[in-house]
Design a protein around this ligand. Structure first.
Ligand code: SDX
Length: 428
């Protein structure tokens, strides 16, 4: 039986701190009284060893490479579920019964009309604007059209705001894509399901019949499922932090979009393809680039490799890698980038540097290859990640508000100037 407390000896005194138990995974030391009792705080850059909350939504085991959504293994969910059902599961904690699923899906269709004024807003962006900047702005602008703060004590209000966010966000993602392509934007087709509607809204050309390719829809649905939630990652922690100030849901989600944009986080899927294209243009010598990634004096990193938590294969990467093979085969596409990615993976996984640091392909390493096969431009890859991660952000925001987590306000270790008097400019 493991201990249920830890003892800290400091300044000739002993202090006891209780252990917070988990159902699976890390147990934690509750240090909420540490500063009052010892005058000390903790320091943990990047929060590598620090739990920010107690959650019941998603669990990942970085050593085993396992991922559970509300207890269901990602492999089963990716194989058997669909994105709309996964959104319900993450928000409500249980797989929906048929009538719950239908009501959820119908509400999303009911709320998915986006005010025409937002079309005017999208028109002012230059076509060259990065889609993530446009998406973050449009998401925040939703607040202007839905200004009422959510009363989280009302299940109806909380569910309405969550479903409305889901409904409108897919339109904003599709419209962001159309903007970059110089295509007119439309309000979608409610005879279709969520993923089909997004796909047609984004890709239907004004002068051609639209063919709903089931291979593409199935690939998009699976990719969105695989990106749906991932514990307290950078963008989810941002959504929680912003929401902890009781900022509204739309503005909190907009902050998550901005955090996801970073190339070390969701922006890595775009960076992976740019890296593979660079290696291909450079002659395809993967050994040369693996050596560059290992060289501390070289800023080059193997994008799509490594993870803060996974010290084994990212289970999502395994599923996506297989899906990439399947889809390229079905669509009859030969993609040199996939060949280079597979060579890179082989070389890196046999190299001591990567083995020692437990660096494996993560979710971003193969996803871009599928998006590219589906005709999605590189700059839109992170928008696709955001569309997938939306239900996770909303579920985590709801949990944070419903559990009443306090406003996030970390402390610091100060090593700046000690107190000194102001000097008039003549005396400096
Ligand atoms: C996502 O948190 C999540 O769950 C995120 C995510 C989600 O679903 O929300 O899974 C999505 O963001 C996936 C990660 C996408 N990012 C990338 O692929 C960018 C490339 N990866 C690295 O930048 C890095 O691996 C991170 C940012 C992902 C993780 O960084 P950590 O945990 O802070 O690890 P670190 O930077 O301290 O690296 C430890 C060592 C270092 O070497 P040493 O100083 O010990 O000698 O590993 C090296 C690093 O230099 N290293 C790499 C590397 N990643 C880490 N070396 C070369 N190439 C890499 N990609």
């Amino acid at each position: 039986m493991s201990d249920n407390k830890v003892i800290l000896n400091y300044d000739g005194k002993s202090f006891e701190y209780p252990i917070v138990d988990s159902t699976i995974g890390d147990r934690g030391i509750d240090i909420s009284k540490l500063r009052d009792q010892t005058g000390l705080i903790t320091l943990d850059l990047g929060y590598k060893n620090t739990g920010a909350t107690i959650s019941e939504i998603t669990y990942l085991d970085g050593d085993k490479g396992e991922l559970l959504y509300r207890g269901y293994p990602i492999e089963q969910i990716a194989e058997k579920s669909n994105f709309t059902e996964v959104m319900y599961l993450l928000l409500h904690g249980e797989l929906p019964k048929a009538e719950q699923f239908n009501s959820f899906e119908n509400n999303i269709k009911k709320y998915n009309f986006v005010a025409d004024e937002l079309k005017k807003l999208i028109d002012v962006f230059p076509r060259s604007a990065h889609p993530m900047g446009v998406l973050s702005s449009l998401t925040s602008a939703l607040t202007a059209f839905n200004p009422k703060a959510v009363d989280v004590k009302s299940k109806e209000e909380l569910d309405y705001a969550s479903e409305l966010m889901i409904a409108k966000f897919s339109h904003l993602c599709a419209w962001t894509y159309r903007k970059t392509q110089g295509l007119p934007i439309n309000h979608g087709d409610n005879s279709l399901n969520y993923v089909e509607n997004f796909y047609k809204m984004a890709f239907k050309l004004p002068n051609q019949e639209f063919v709903m390719d089931p291979v593409v829809v199935a690939a998009l649905d699976k990719l969105l499922i695989l990106h749906a939630d991932h514990e307290q990652n950078c963008s989810t922690s941002t959504v929680r932090m912003v929401g902890s100030a009781h900022t509204g849901l739309f503005a909190s989600i907009s902050s998550g979009v901005s955090a996801l944009w970073g190339p070390l986080h969701g922006g890595a899927n775009q960076a992976v393809i740019e890296m593979l294209e660079l290696i291909e243009k450079d002659g395809g010598d993967v050994n040369k680039w693996v050596e560059k990634a290992k060289d501390k004096n070289d800023s080059f990193r193997l994008m799509g490799f490594g993870h803060r938590v996974y010290k084994n294969f990212d289970p999502r990467a395994k599923i996506i890698k297989k899906a990439a093979d399947d889809i390229l085969g079905k669509l009859g596409i030969q993609d040199k980038a996939l060949d280079i990615a597979m060579q890179l993976e082989k070389v890196a996984l046999e190299d001591e540097y990567f083995i020692e640091r437990k660096l494996y392909p993560n979710v971003d390493f193969y996803s871009g290859i599928i998006y590219r096969a589906l005709g999605i431009p590189t700059e839109m890859f992170t928008v696709m990640f955001a569309l997938g991660r939306l239900p996770g952000w909303i579920a985590q925001w709801r949990e944070m508000r419903l559990k009443g987590d306090p406003i996030g306000r970390p402390r610091q270790i100060y090593q700046g100037a000690t107190e000194r008097d102001y000097l008039d400019i003549k005396s400096r």
